[in-house]
Design a protein around this ligand. Sequence first.
Ligand SMILES: [Zn+2]
Length: 194
Amino acid sequence: MVTIKSRVVIPLEGSQAAPEFLSFSGFTKEHIAIVFPSVTPGVTPLVRVHSECLTGDVFGSQLCDCGPQLQEAIDVFSQEGGVLLYLRQEGRGIGLYAKLSAYALQKEGLDTFEANRHLNLPEDARSFEPAAQMLKAMDISRIRLLTNNPDKASQLGDHGIEIESTIPTGVYLNPNNRRYLEAKVRHKHHTIPF
Ligand SMILES: [Zn+2]
């Protein structure tokens, strides 16, 4: 049983509404929820499930689109409110070192999924169950989901969260991440218009 452990308001640069950072009991990894105050009381919460990507989130790596997607969620939520569920499953769940090894293989021509297979790692080891567990701990059972990934919506649904609607995120293409984004569309049926 996952329960809220602590909550603390942390003002963010460039964000008018300071969100609350929530920690939880019952996880082995330190997943967190970042709750931006809703400007419209009673509206179904807008939610983004974001898996940690150190290279993209912190350093602005151009090999993926995690950094801009995270920033988009923060921008939208600081204006209208929302819940950012930040899951500590780096590199699609394979970890940072394995992700860096997979990047090295991608330089030799494999795509992100082929590279993981080459390293005998799952293509995608992520689970979105912790996201559902955090929502339940916050008494949220119905959401509007900000995503292009149909697997997130179906996994949350499987874990008892009702998805009222999905709202597509922006697509952040740069010269270095086109192959990565194309691979996501090919393997995972992401709804990304090229
Ligand atoms: Zn990334």
